[in-house]
Design a protein around this ligand. Structure first.
Ligand SMILES: *Cc1c(COP(=O)(O)O)cnc(C)c1O
Length: 406
């Protein structure tokens, strides 16, 4: 039984939505695997993955099954009660990682908000109020709440909203000497994205993360990895910290964790978790049964040797072809990133024009992403089929050819 709905068009966006986004001209209405169809029935290949979210593509049978099964059982109980999917998910994450404890929320920003509040609370309890400073990196992105934009290293997102959260400093990324110069016994936490996602797909050096770990230990500061974009298989390991072999004290996850259903998680150790005593933090929807049922299914599929090895193989396929295309058309100078988080750095001639590449790709039936104005980003499904990779990159090459031929 379906109720007739009033027709809507892209133009409605400009009438009824807050204008903080500028979405593309078409409206996707349906997806299957790595293909998406718009209102007019046009088919596109999806290498954007909903910004590194749709980790198993669209309408994956395991996720649809988990969601519909849970939808017929129990939607929501709040945290006045716990629920089975949340407990199963916490067990799975604890078993698979360094962590002993999980806190669930609904987004990456909330996972980071919890991480930052936990770090400050731990320092407050153990050392007193003086030790509250957070060191983050220039150009980092941690979400859009006031605390997370204040920690994020992009003033364009934090300026103009009144006083920011204080006690936060920013040091250049991948610069261990700068971190060493800034860290002190007042530092409660150092926050790092193992690969800076939004600001251009910039992977950390192993020595940088190792050095950050040592500096944190020396100064009784906590090391927080923001793995909202890099987590849940994206790098070919379950979390990027495993790829690097450097273990954080607190880890935030979201995006891919729900495969398209909103969920976030903060993972930490027993010793730290105990500082968030009853009533110190919370969220009504956190650990929602629907979200947790889907995330359980995501982990069951993603955290397998086949899928994780597939990510590494697909990386090679993307990288080889993208380097070829970049060279042939003089479009980019470098293809970087790990696993299926890939950034193409535009050449001098195309600097600042990632949006033009995005538009050209869309015209050829391909969804890609930008990561700032100078980088074209690919964050497809981890199980994108090889045939879809080939066809999608054929479309991308056509876009590159048309764009560069004017
Ligand atoms: C997307 C992202 C966030 C914010 O997640 P939301 O779900 O949009 O709140 C935080 N950190 C990183 C590294 C991200 O990529």
């Amino acid at each position: 039984m379906s109720v007739e709905q009033a027709p809507v068009q892209r133009a409605d966006f400009d009438q009824v939505m807050v204008p903080n986004y500028a979405p593309a001209a078409f409206i996707p209405v349906r997806g299957a695997g790595s293909r998406v169809w718009d209102q007019a029935g046009r088919e596109l290949i999806d290498f954007a993955g909903g910004i590194a979210v749709n980790v198993l593509g669209h309408a994956h049978p395991a996720l649809v099954g988990a969601l519909t099964e849970q939808a017929n059982k129990l939607w929501h109980v709040s945290n006045v009660f716990t629920n089975e999917p949340a407990l199963r998910l916490a067990h799975k994450l604890v078993d698979a990682t360094f962590a002993d404890r999980a806190f669930f929320c609904n987004s990456g920003a909330e996972a980071n908000e919890a991480a930052f509040k936990l770090a400050r609370r731990v320092a407050h309890d153990r050392f007193g109020p003086e030790k509250h400073e957070i060191i983050a990196t220039v150009n980092s992105f941690h979400g859009r709440t006031l605390f997370t934009v204040s920690v994020g290293g992009q003033p364009k997102y934090s300026d103009g909203f009144g006083p920011k959260i204080t006690g936060i400093s920013h040091v250049p990324y991948n610069d261990l000497e700068a971190l060493k110069a800034q860290i002190s016994d007042k530092t409660c936490a150092v926050v790092i994205e193992p690969i800076q996602g939004e600001s251009g797909v910039v992977p950390a050096d192993v020595a940088y993360l190792q050095g950050a770990r040592e500096l944190c230990d020396k100064h009784n500061a906590l090391l927080i990895f923001d793995e909202v974009q890099t987590g849940v298989g994206r790098t070919g390991e379950l979390f990027a910290y495993m790829h690097y072999g450097v273990t954080p004290d607190i880890l935030s996850s979201a995006k891919s964790l729900g495969g398209g259903f909103p969920i976030g998680a903060m993972l930490t150790t027993e010793a730290l978790a105990k500082h968030l005593t009853v009533g110190t933090h919370g969220t009504t929807y956190g650990g929602n049964p629907l979200a947790c049922a889907v995330a359980n299914a995501v982990l069951d599929v993603v955290n397998t040797p086949e899928v994780l090895a597939g990510v590494k193989a697909k990386h090679q396929k993307f990288k080889a072809r993208l380097e070829q295309i970049g060279e042939k058309y003089g479009l980019f100078t470098q293809v970087r990133g790990v696993g299926l988080l890939i950034g193409c750095v535009l050449s001098e001639a195309w600097k600042g024009k990632a949006k033009d590449v995005f538009n050209a790709a869309e015209k050829e039936g391909l969804m890609v992403l930008q990561a700032g104005p100078d980088v074209v980003r690919f964050a497809p499904s981890l199980v994108v089929e090889d045939a879809d990779i080939d066809e999608g990159l054929d479309r991308f090459e056509r876009a590159a050819a048309k764009l560069t031929q004017g």
